[in-house]
Ligand binder design. Structure first.
Ligand code: NAP
Length: 297
């Protein structure tokens, strides 16, 4: 099986290279292949002749996308489209990664989300693959456009929605928390956004199962369980044995340029019942990441 990974220098891309190391895998970083360049994409796929293309490339700077939605669209929507067109021409399978940020964050079914800070109250369900899409920021809109262009272009697609990615080799929340803990000893973290923390080692292994499954379509894939950013920070400090003054903050206080969904937990029933999942519980995934970073106490 010849596999091509685009965006191979990112945190997921690097773990995908490891997950496919025993196959004929080629990784192209953004410097090797700009997925928003249609001619370059066409010739790369023509020359390399992959059976499976896994696109881990994206512009993931959510606030950056808000400031430059044109660039977000070029990379996150047109990039997957050019890949889908080139794959369709060669009967190759395309796996492309999408996001929980395609959802509005207002809990599905209109159920209230857990009371901020406590995790108590009526527990809403996670978003399924069939829930209505309603992105609230430019990043989410660009990723949703990319999903649709892929769907319309090739039936041999796996669109994988995942969330809150953390890997050993990339910028992410867990690594930021570890750095801030050491630099400041005190951190304030938002406790009113809930999602599905996901660890790129676990996701890469599941993507390998999916890529050869022939089960085309859209699939949610995350580690199991839900957390707030506050929960994730608290678990990081606990497992790393760091004594940090951790305080709660609201999204309004943080006041970032792009709004974030308040409830973006994904329902992984389809992945879990078809053998692609389940992925480990997020605390176990976190422990695995900390072990890899030599930070597990
Ligand atoms: N991070 C999250 O929390 C999260 C959550 C849900 C879904 N996702 C999705 O998961 C996938 C992997 O994300 P990640 O966390 O691994 O992100 P990442 O670490 O930011 O990696 C993305 C990679 O894409 C590359 N890239 C940017 N523009 C490109 C272009 N025009 N052509 C080719 N490559 C380009 C980047 O290269 P440069 O660094 O050189 O720009 C980077 O190496 C993305 O599709 C993302 O949207 C991520």
């Amino acid at each position: 099986m010849k596999v091509l990974i685009t965006g191979a220098g990112g945190q997921l891309g690097l773990d995908l290279l490891d997950a496919f190391a025993d196959t004929g895998v080629t990784g192209l970083t953004s410097a090797d292949l700009d997925i928003s360049d249609e001619a370059a994409v066409t010739s790369a796929i023509r020359d390399l002749e992959p059976a499976v293309v896994i696109n881990a490339g994206a512009w993931t700077d959510v606030d950056g996308c808000e400031a430059d939605p044109g660039r977000a669209h070029r990379v996150n929507a047109l990039g997957p489209w050019w890949l889908a067109r080139a794959c369709a021409d060669r009967d190759a399978t395309l796996v492309t990664i999408s996001t929980d940020y395609v959802f509005s964050g207002v809990a599905p079914g209109g159920v209230g989300r857990p009371a901020a800070g406590t995790g108590a109250g009526a527990e809403p369900r996670g978003w399924t693959e069939f829930d209505p899409i309603d992105p609230i920021n430019a990043y989410g809109r660009s990723k949703w456009a990319g999903e649709q262009l892929v769907r319309q272009t090739t039936p041999r697609h796996h669109i994988v929605r995942t969330a809150w990615l953390c890997g050993a080799r990339g910028g992410n929340f867990v690594r930021t928390m570890l750095r801030l803990a050491r630099e400041r000893g005190a951190v304030a973290v938002v406790d009113d956004q809930f999602g599905s923390p996901t660890f790129t080692r676990d996701l890469a292994a599941a993507l390998r199962r999916l890529a050869v499954s022939g089960r085309y379509g859209t699939l949610n894939l995350t580690n199991a369980g839900r957390a707030s950013w506050f929960d994730l920070a608290a678990a990081t400090f606990e497992l790393a044995g760091l004594d940090v003054e951790l305080t709660r903050q609201s999204s309004t206080e943080l006041n970032r340029p792009a709004p974030r969904p308040a409830w973006s937990v994904l329902d992984t029933t389809h992945a879990d019942t078809t053998g692609i999942g389940p992925l480990p519980a997020w605390r176990d995934g976190l422990a695995g990441l900390l072990r890899e970073l030599d930070e597990l106490r």
